[in-house]
Design a protein around this ligand. Structure first.
Ligand code: UN1
Length: 496
């Protein structure tokens, strides 16, 4: 009998108000039931908000360096439990252990960065235009923050949002993806053990249409951070706009790797395999387009197909596996639909295009797939697939490659393989993305740099790095006039 997990609301582990649960199954073997997790509703969110408001009152008055100390202990506990969390994560999400270890590590990096930030959280002191007057700014906590996170980075993305929000003195309510609820359960256990006041964090499991919607629409949750699809982000954006909420959106990508004719092809080959088929293509940063210079096109493709066919599919918890399953049935059906679209558009299927049989039939596996002859503007080239499907576009020049890269509605990451330093710097300027890699694939952002994209990928905010602390705090300005008389700004200094 699988365990029934609970929400964490009001300082205790509680069953959902409606008594309903969702099954969490291993995508590599759907016969493996990990547990039942709450299918919560708006009543659970209302209770969580009430508790989070109490949490905010206490936590926002804790000095920031002390808040940082709690996050340092969180990082220490994550280091201790890295292997156990990685194993649980591979079991519920499917990606290989090397990647789930990396996912936990991204959370550890974020914890230690946040711990240090507790002793910075800089404001500014600037000269006043008037004598005997002091002018300064500092950061203040905002309130209850609602976090809605996706399945593909079950630990890293929740920590990117949670740790800076907490460090800034807010309380948080998190709704993790219903496909990977176990990892955030483990994270909340760690937060509590590290000494976070229980009301400062609430965990409400469930679906986006119910729990996510209730969080976004709750008038006492002034800040929302969401990572997921561009379509859902648009709906959330409408509500938050109407309710004057602060909102950070991280959404889709259609990231391209450009391989120029002077590139190190061995390096580019390793890069594209990792970028396109790592995480089974389920990253918003995944390399889903390969833009090949015509002079290396045929040669590179031959090697790519052979290498893609050599990738070993399997259970992410087996050390020999290169590529795990997709997250669920609907995701695989979506990939199958795009393969059909590719065929209809006249692209040439070089390898993959089907699910493997045999023992892998127990999971949501799909063979690494490469389409050649994809034309800029085709649906296969324009739309996010979120699976192991790589579209190859042939170009004749660097300028054409830039046009193709920029010709999509998304703008998360891009990459260029070249040995020409001038071209590399031109690419950094010309590619319209939030992140550009030179001689590395489109995935692999580091936790201490700003992460995010332009156009339909985001709404101008960044996660990670230093900027995210501005998102989760309010700027307050203070003026102190110690002249003992009325001094009029803009007037008394300029009265001639
Ligand atoms: C995501 O795919 O949503 O840069 C995040 C990367 C990872 C994060 C990806 N560090 O690929």
């Amino acid at each position: 009998m699988a365990k029934s997990f609970r929400n964490f609301i009001g300082g205790e582990w509680v069953a959902p108000a409606g008594g309903a649960f969702l099954e969490n199954r291993n995508p590599a073997d759907t016969g493996d039931l990990i547990g039942r997790f709450p299918d919560s509703d708006a009543r659970d969110v209302t209770r969580a908000v009430r508790s989070a408001k109490r949490g905010f009152a206490a936590w926002s008055n804790t000095p920031a360096p002390q808040r940082g100390d709690v996050l340092r202990r969180v990082g220490d506990l994550m280091v201790e439990r890295k292997e156990a969390i990685a194993d649980a994560m591979s079991r519920e999400m499917g990606k290989v252990l090397a990647e789930t270890r990396g996912d936990v590590q991204e959370g550890i990096d974020t914890a230690y960065y946040a711990a240090g930030e507790g002793r910075r959280l800089f404001g500014r002191t600037v000269p006043s235009e008037l004598g005997a007057k002091w002018a300064m700014s500092w950061r203040r906590p905002i309130g209850v923050v609602g976090l809605i996170t996706p399945f593909n980075f079950p630990m890293a993305i929740p920590t990117w949002k949670m740790f800076p929000a907490l460090l800034c003195g807010n309380s948080v309510i998190i709704k993790p993806s219903e496909d990977v609820p176990h990892t955030v359960h483990l994270l909340v256990e760690i937060l509590l053990e590290a000494g976070l006041p229980p009301d400062a964090v609430q965990l409400v499991h469930g679906r986006g249409e119910t729990v996510g919607k209730a969080l976004v629409e709750h008038p006492e949750v002034p800040v929302i951070s969401f990572t997921g699809s561009t379509a859902t982000g648009a709906i959330i954006g409408e509500t938050c706009g109407r309710m004057h909420k602060r909102l950070s959106l991280e959404m889709g990508g259609k990231n391209a790797m450009i391989v120029m004719d002077d590139a190190d092809l061995d390096l580019a080959l390793e890069g594209v395999l990792w970028g396109a088929f790592g995480t089974t293509g389920q990253r918003c940063t995944a390399t889903s387009r390969l833009i090949l210079h015509r002079k290396v096109h045929d040669r590179f493709l031959r090697r790519l197909v052979e290498a893609a066919e050599g990738l070993r599919l399997g259970d992410g918890r087996a050390e020999r596996t290169d590529v795990g399953p997709l997250i669920h049935e609907a995701s695989r059906a979506n990939v199958e639909r795009y393969v059909e679209i590719g065929r209809e558009e006249g692209a040439e299927l070089l390898t993959g295009g089907k699910a493997p049989g045999g023992r892998l039939a127990a999971g949501w596996f799909y063979r690494p797939t490469v389409f050649a002859g994809v034309r800029a503007g085709n649906r296969l080239e324009q739309e996010e697939i979120f699976g192991p499907v790589l579209s190859v576009i042939r170009v004749g020049s660097f300028d054409e490659a830039v046009r193709v890269n920029n010709g999509v509605r998304y703008g998360l990451s891009s990459s260029v393989y070249t040995r020409d330093v001038n071209l590399a710097f031109r690419a950094l300027q010309a590619l319209d993305n939030g992140i550009t890699y030179i001689n590395a694939p489109t995935i692999g952002a580091e936790a201490h740099l700003p992460f995010g994209g332009v156009k339909a990928t985001g709404n101008g905010h960044r996660e990670g790095g230093w900027g995210v602390y501005e998102f989760y705090s309010e700027t307050k300005v203070g003026y102190v006039d110690y002249s003992g008389r009325l001094q009029r700004a803009q007037i008394d200094t300029y009265d001639v």
